[in-house]
Design a protein around this ligand. Structure first.
Ligand SMILES: Cc1cc2nc3c(=O)[nH]c(=O)nc-3n(C[C@H](O)[C@H](O)[C@H](O)COP(=O)(O)OP(=O)(O)OC[C@H]3O[C@@H](n4cnc5c(N)ncnc54)[C@H](O)[C@@H]3O)c2cc1C
Length: 339
């Protein structure tokens, strides 16, 4: 019989470092354990949450239900040719450690995603991305367990419906699947992706043969360390909001008033605007209200300055949202899951 814990403090399980208790907490280390949990305790019939590293969550109150934490480990080679290698990775593995493993081997594809906190299981759920690359580019498929039936199945890239920080697991199938493992395809003859301007600059004087997977990973780590606060030192969940994607006409309207507004063109003639720029222009960068604040270097990151509660952080995020809406007519959407 699977063991579960009651009234567990989640402070150390979320990178904001806010206090919240889970009514029930269960660590799952295999599919068989999960199947037995589903058959006997039926967590999905109650309030439930699958939690990896807790680096994209904000608890605003105690969680009155089941928290399921993946501790499914292992990295397995499932196919290999001269050019490519397929790796199946347990959802409970640390994403950052997994990327380091591929980088040490010299296999290309994930190096731009170095040092992103959290678990492998959450990577496809969030479709994580950074420095011009999204995990979907190396993704092959994942194996997930249906939380009602206990049956497992394989979902391919199309079925996962990936988009910017989005997948089917945040949309139509929200809360229905526990990701058991994910398979990625890595390149043995890597082609570095230096589309992101600071990365391009970092390598502008480097001969092509020296732009290795390891060199790109180190450069990404360097940029991240210089810009982002470490959650162990200052609680945070990375970017609090998504970059808004707006209609071209609306963008032109805003651009008339703010000619210096940065932007990227997106699909279907839409325009993506850096949320951090909007927040900074609205005057929030470095501001602190009570125990919650906006990071002094990166306006997109909301931080726990000490003993912030989830409610304080949420209130600050709402104040920012309202202010940006008033000043630019754009409603920012949280990237972080608010609970
Ligand atoms: C300092 C910092 C920097 C960051 N930088 C980036 C960045 O550059 N790019 C980026 O995309 N993100 C970034 N993030 C956000 C975060 O790291 C990612 O969203 C990460 O994928 C979350 O992983 P996690 O295991 O902590 O997920 P959690 O926060 O525990 O959960 C996130 C979501 O995934 C679901 N989930 C987790 N595990 C499973 C599973 N096994 N099966 C089904 N659902 C599951 C949860 O239910 C929840 O909906 C950053 C966060 C921090 C703190």
């Amino acid at each position: 019989m699977i063991e579960f814990l009651e009234n567990i403090q989640l402070k150390k399980y979320n990178t904001f470092g806010v206090e919240a208790k889970a009514h029930y907490f269960v660590a799952v280390s295999s599919y068989d354990e999960l199947k037995s949990l589903i058959a006997n305790l039926k967590p999905a019939e109650n309030k439930h949450l699958i939690m990896g590293g807790g680096s994209n969550l904000l608890f605003t109150k105690d969680f009155d239900g089941w928290v399921m934490h993946s501790e499914i480990h292992g990295i397995e080679i499932i196919e290999e040719t001269d050019k490519q290698i397929l790796l199946k990775v347990g959802s409970g593995e640390s994403w950052s450690d997994f990327v380091d493993f591929t980088v040490e081997k010299g296999w290309g594809g994930l190096e731009n995603l170095s040092l992103i906190p959290g678990s492998v299981g959450a990577a496809p759920v969030q479709n994580i991305g950074a420095y011009g690359v999204e995990q979907q580019e190396a993704f092959v498929n994942l194996e997930a367990c249906n939380l009602i039936t206990g049956k497992k199945c394989i979902l391919n890239k199309l079925e996962c419906d990936f988009d910017y920080r989005h997948s089917i697991f945040k949309g139509a199938e929200k809360g229905k699947w526990f990701v058991l493992n994910v398979t990625y395809r890595l390149e043995k003859i890597p082609r570095p992706n230096l589309n992101y301007t600071p990365l391009q600059k970092a390598f502008e004087n480097t001969p092509a043969e020296e732009i290795t997977v390891k060199a790109v990973s180190e450069a990404v780590k360097g940029i991240r360390r210089s810009k982002l606060p470490k959650p162990e030192e200052l609680g945070n969940a990375g970017s609090f909001f998504k970059n808004p994607v707006i209609l071209h006409e609306k963008f032109l309207n805003i651009q008339q008033h703010f000619p210096q507004i940065p932007f990227f063109s997106s699909e279907n003639g839409k325009v993506k605007i850096p949320a951090g720029w909007l927040i900074e222009q609205a005057g929030w960068k470095g501001k602190q209200i009570g125990n919650a604040g906006v990071h002094h270097q990166q306006a997109l990151v909301i931080v726990n300055c000490g003993k912030a509660t989830g409610k304080e952080i949420l209130q600050l995020s709402k104040d920012i949202q309202n202010d940006v809406l008033q000043k630019f007519g754009i409603m920012l959407e949280p990237e972080v899951l608010i609970l």
